[in-house]
Design a protein around this ligand. Structure first.
Ligand SMILES: NC(=O)c1ccc[n+]([C@@H]2O[C@H](COP(=O)([O-])OP(=O)(O)OC[C@H]3O[C@@H](n4cnc5c(N)ncnc54)[C@H](O)[C@@H]3O)[C@@H](O)[C@H]2O)c1
Length: 318
């Protein structure tokens, strides 16, 4: 069902605001695609972004970036949705639910009509709820509908830990799981630096106040979007690199383990809720859950995060 040959190197970006355009800029430099079609309710905005980003192509690899329409979805490998209102200072991601669900009700049926055979990547917030909405409204197989989830939050965590320990953040293996939002959970019990348990690594680097430091780092990560939005009204570069990374894993069938939002069935005692836990991702989307070790307290917080999302999903008329 919905499976057909797609143009093997085509992406469609729906929504060309801060996040959509920064992501296309990152994708243009990545060389992953030979064409990217841009769609936005504001066609002028899409045209301006297509022109501006295309002017960088002579410094990257040959490709086409152009304003498209929903027919472009039919042969795309990845369709990315960043359309939707962003958080205003003081707003939580969950405050965006009604506005952005309404936008998804206009976008997803257009995709469903095109017999889309690729991967749908949701970035707009609240990303977990909207990914669940996209699964329901599109009728696509669950494994082909992914949300960017806590890929960005986990990158923020690895970046902070890298600075704290003065080591390359790429050597830090640590996940944030649950909601991409206020109920997110740091999986401290599985965090390590190249196989060395995090607390041992902290002591090797002269840090002994584990409780204080982990709380400070978790709070800084959770609040970083609020802090950035207060200072510059939107966040987009970190998410753009996260989108690029997710696309890279799909396009190269890397089978990397990423904490993307996906439908969970019976893992960590969670059922029928979309949220982020580490999964193997490849060309066909989600391959399988990789349950990581969680302490009793972390597992409980993850369940609470799932319950918070489920309560909101249950209020939606889809
Ligand atoms: N998942 C993440 O980690 C993450 C990070 C940052 C931002 N976001 C989210 O991404 C979304 C976009 O943020 P932004 O800063 O780019 O906002 P923005 O306001 O700059 O851009 C939104 C764009 O969507 C377009 N749009 C609105 N309705 C549309 C429709 N029906 N069809 C097509 N286009 C439509 C608008 O014209 C606008 O260009 C927000 O929901 C924001 O919260 C997610």
């Amino acid at each position: 069902m919905n499976k057909k040959k797609s143009n093997s190197k085509k992406a469609v970006m729906i929504g060309c605001g801060f996040v959509g355009s920064a992501s296309v800029f990152a994708l243009m430099q990545s060389g992953l695609f030979t064409e990217i079609a841009l769609i936005d309710a504001d066609k002028n905005k899409a045209e301006g972004e297509a022109m501006d980003i295309s002017h960088g192509i002579p410094f990257a690899s040959p490709m086409r970036i152009y304003v498209g329409d929903y027919d472009d979805v039919a042969d795309a490998t990845i369709v990315i949705i960043s359309a939707g209102a962003g958080q205003k200072p003081g707003e939580t991601r969950l405050d965006l639910v009604n506005k952005n669900v309404a936008i998804f009700k206009s976008i997803i049926p257009e995709i469903a009509k095109r017999d889309f055979g690729g991967i749908l990547l949701v970035v707009a917030n609240p990303v977990d709820i909207l990914t669940q909405v996209a699964i329901k409204l599109s009728g696509l197989p669950e494994e082909r509908v992914i949300g960017s989830g806590t890929v960005l939050d986990s990158a923020r965590l690895r970046s902070k830990l890298g600075q704290h320990l003065s080591v390359d953040s790429r050597s830090v293996h640590a996940f944030i799981v649950g909601e991409h939002g206020d109920s997110e959970v740091v999986a401290w019990s599985s965090a390590n630096v190249s196989g060395v348990p995090l607390s041992d690594m902290c002591e090797m680097r002269g840090h002994y106040n584990h409780k204080e430091n982990t709380k400070e780092i978790a709070d800084a990560v959770k609040n970083s979007a609020y802090e950035i939005i207060n200072k510059k009204h939107a966040t987009y570069y970190g998410i753009a690199m996260s989108v690029k990374r997710i696309c890279e894993v799909i396009m190269r069938d890397e089978k990397s383990i990423l904490p993307v939002s996906h439908m969970i069935h019976g893992v960590y005692e969670i059922d029928d809720v979309v949220l982020s836990t580490p999964v193997i991702v490849g060309v066909d989307g989600i391959e399988s859950d990789i349950p990581i070790n969680l302490s009793g307290e972390e597992a409980l917080k993850l369940k609470e995060s799932a319950d918070a999302l489920k309560n909101i999903i249950d209020t939606l008329e889809l």
